[in-house]
Design a protein around this ligand. Sequence first.
Ligand SMILES: C[S@@+](CC[C@H](N)C(=O)[O-])C[C@H]1O[C@@H](n2cnc3c(N)ncnc32)[C@H](O)[C@@H]1O
Length: 314
Amino acid sequence: MPSAAMWRNPAPASLGDRLGGALDRLREILFRAPAGAAGVRSIEATIRPVGREAAATGDRPGRARNRVTLVGAGPGDPELLTVAAVRAIQAAEVVLYDHLVGPGILDLIPAGAERVCVGKRSGCHSHSQESINSLLERHAATGRRIVRLKGGDPMVFGRAGEEIDHLRARGHEVTVVPGVTAALGCAASAGISLTRRGVSRSLTFVTAHGREGDLGEPDWARLASPTGTLAVYMGREQARRVATGLTGAGLSPGTPVLAIENGCRPDERRHWTTLRGLIEDGPLPGSGPTMLLIGAALAQGMPEEVAAILEATA
Ligand SMILES: C[S@@+](CC[C@H](N)C(=O)[O-])C[C@H]1O[C@@H](n2cnc3c(N)ncnc32)[C@H](O)[C@@H]1O
């Protein structure tokens, strides 16, 4: 049984941090944009000075260790960045980013900051995780403010754990700013409730990708719940395998599937199908990041004409 003694409070904020927080809240109250008008530009204008001040406090003499901030960039739309993410990006002196980070977000990096692309596409050099870890450490050791910008949320299939371990083991302080993970951004974009009342009582983030720690085949029996929704990351090329595993474990072949490529970006594409369709059609076309949302809850968002076609071909 967990006891109260097992609970720990995070370290208390320093006086400077607390004062900074109070100032920030005051600024937010004073400069709040009218409802519905809060675009990235207005957020930027409101918090730019705060970001600078916060950055300056990060340089206090006597600060023991260099700080790296892992920042979630969300699925691509700059409007989905958190205020904390915009603040961290604008205060950065070096930004290491991966290929899933959208161009509108990179535009927020200060002109004078060094940008290092560590992704595998869009003209970036390919870096192994080990070389990204060393690169991060080398930049952190310079004492500059480092932001490691990652698509979605850094802690969801983002290999953040390895970067945090590597940096902390070498004495660097690491903080994390969460981001909107792709599954939630895609669901919102398509207007789908992933835990629709009376239909789905669980939501599982899963990857079928072999590279994720060599855990072997996913536990299809556990995933094949008719009252759950699955968000499958890195599933485009594995689509047939996922569908075969789920139907083999008893999930209905008629279970709706929505594949969203480049979710929350101007070039977003949606492809409706079923588990049966994934088995028959094999790997989904396209080359952009693709999210597979699977489960009965998806039926609510399915356009009528698509539902009719899928029913006719069942
Ligand atoms: C290495 S994982 C990173 C996930 C990320 N940390 C997150 O929280 O969204 C990459 C996978 O996330 C999904 N993904 C990321 N961005 C996406 C987007 N804009 N649209 C659809 N899927 C996306 C795809 O399945 C892609 O293969």
